[in-house]
Design a protein around this ligand. Structure first.
Ligand SMILES: Cc1cc2nc3c(=O)[nH]c(=O)nc-3n(C[C@H](O)[C@H](O)[C@H](O)COP(=O)(O)OP(=O)(O)OC[C@H]3O[C@@H](n4cnc5c(N)ncnc54)[C@H](O)[C@@H]3O)c2cc1C
Length: 424
């Protein structure tokens, strides 16, 4: 006897970051009633202070051979762009070992093939959100610059772009001299920046404005967003009458629905483990701050060797972001990391007054060792996961939400999700 799949009519989504909000929005498209709960509120995690780049040409796995070279040389130095506290616990050590094992060309290609399929659709998902009423726009990143002190420093990036192209993506770029880069972005001084790459076809957004706007759209369509509710437990109540899921909050409150989506970023592991998810989601904290635009690039610019990004938030303000610190998501921010970001780019941006920075922030990228997100159902047909996007959850969030929502509603998951299965 064949069982007919019953689509959920209601869903509880844990986490009001980009992953959770996008999933909620796409579930609403299919007529599902959604409630999003967050232990704090909208964009209380990584979705707040990130760099907002929607750059499919740069959306590559975390584990890359050059990361390993850089990491081994510098990882215990507080000023390194990749920082690991010297007293790594056993679970972090395990994650780092798994990450290190993936830092080979072959593994990179395998993960890249899975990401490339997604990368081709990420901007279209943003267009769909815009057409569907999300008011905050995404912006064409024109120009989108990658800046280097010399040509040798640029070489690994060019190799990476070629590898992304070889994986089947449409990657359009041109190589610039320092003078050419300065014509496009005068704060890049040719005596400091001698080589650049201009990427075409990329976009960016203001992360706070965008997630707020997406949350507004979810509410306008009848969804609820419940702040200050920390989910401490998710239960599968089975199928049939009286079935579904129950999410219990830290203060004992209980919410019920037909299905649940765990989209709680770097905190995902504890709620997802009882549902068979064994892939560790490790917090890779980044830091950012906001600067007045004077002396800083007012077009999206990545100082790739320094691993620091500058993104205009509006005409007057630029966000400066960087650092990968493998540590617990709720540990107090370490001011030395902000200093490390500043010192990395100060010589390149001599006219910027970093003393005028505001909005210092630290937030956890939800990283997986294989560089791929976790999207799909768990051992329970009622409990789903959308997370683990690491460095690229803003770019990949909307498409991930769309693919997951489609799968939840139809019972059939798109083939591109096979490599991202949460039970892998
Ligand atoms: C410095 C920096 C720069 C970045 N730049 C880019 C970029 O340019 N482009 C890009 O694509 N990506 C970028 N990223 C990565 C991107 O920010 C993340 O991948 C993305 O925001 C993850 O979204 P998320 O919704 O999965 O998690 P989060 O945004 O972290 O959301 C998780 C939410 O879950 C809530 N939560 C946690 N536990 C519970 C619980 N038990 N109950 C209820 N709620 C809970 C949290 O409060 C939080 O709001 C950057 C990240 C950093 C740190």
């Amino acid at each position: 006897m064949s069982h007919q799949y019953t689509a959920p009519r209601s869903a509880l989504i844990v986490g009001a970051g980009m992953a959770g909000l996008a999933t909620a929005w796409y579930l609403q498209e299919a007529g599902v009633e959604v409630t999003v709960v967050d232990r704090k509120g909208v964009a209380a995690g990584a979705s707040w202070g990130n760099a907002g780049w929607l750059t499919p040409s740069l959306t590559v796995p975390l584990a890359e051979p050059s990361a390993l070279r850089l990491g081994l040389r510098t990882m215990f130095s507080p000023s390194s762009p990749l920082y690991i506290p010297p007293r790594a616990d056993a679970r972090l050590a395990q994650f780092l070992l798994a990450l290190t094992r993936r830092c080979t060309h072959r593994q990179w290609q395998v993960a890249m093939a899975a990401l490339s399929v997604l990368n081709r659709g990420v901007l279209a998902a943003y267009d769909e959100l815009a057409e569907g009423g999300v008011a905050e726009p995404t912006r064409a990143s024109d120009p989108c610059l990658l800046a280097f002190t010399d040509e040798a420093a640029r070489r690994p990036m060019v190799e990476e772009l070629e590898a992304v192209r070889a994986a089947g993506q449409d990657v359009a770029y041109e190589l610039l001299t320092g003078e050419q880069a300065a014509c496009l972005e005068p704060t890049l001084r040719p005596d400091r920046i001698a080589a650049a790459v201009r990427l075409h076809g990329q976009r960016y957004l203001n992360p706070v404005a965008y997630t707020t706007s997406l949350a507004d759209a979810v509410r306008e369509r009848g969804g609820k967003i419940v702040a200050d509710l920390e989910a401490v437990n998710v239960r599968d109540l089975g199928g049939g009458p009286g079935g579904g899921v129950a999410v219990r909050g830290a203060e004992g409150q209980e919410l019920r629905a037909d299905a649940a989506v765990l989209a709680n970023g770097a905190w995902l592991g504890r709620l997802a483990a009882p549902f068979g998810v064994r892939t560790r989601v490790q917090s890779g904290r980044g830091y950012s701050f906001t600067m007045p635009a004077a002396g800083l690039p007012t077009t999206p610019t990545y100082f790739a060797a320094q691993r620091v990004v500058c993104t205009p938030l509006d005409a007057e303000r630029v966000r400066v972001a960087g650092m990968m610190e493998f540590t617990a998501p709720d540990r107090p921010a370490d001011p030395r990391r902000v200093q490390a970001v500043i010192e990395a780019v100060r010589p390149l941006l001599p006219d910027a007054d970093f003393g005028r920075r505001t909005e210092e922030w630290a937030g956890p990228r939800p990283c997986t060792a294989d560089g791929l997100p976790l999207i799909g159902r768990t051992v329970s047909p009622r409990v789903h996961v959308c997370g683990g996007h690491g460095m690229w959850g803003i770019a990949l969030g909307p498409l991930s939400g769309k693919l997951l929502a489609d799968g939840m509603v139809s019972g059939r998951y798109a083939p591109e999700l096979a490599a991202l299965h949460p039970l892998r």
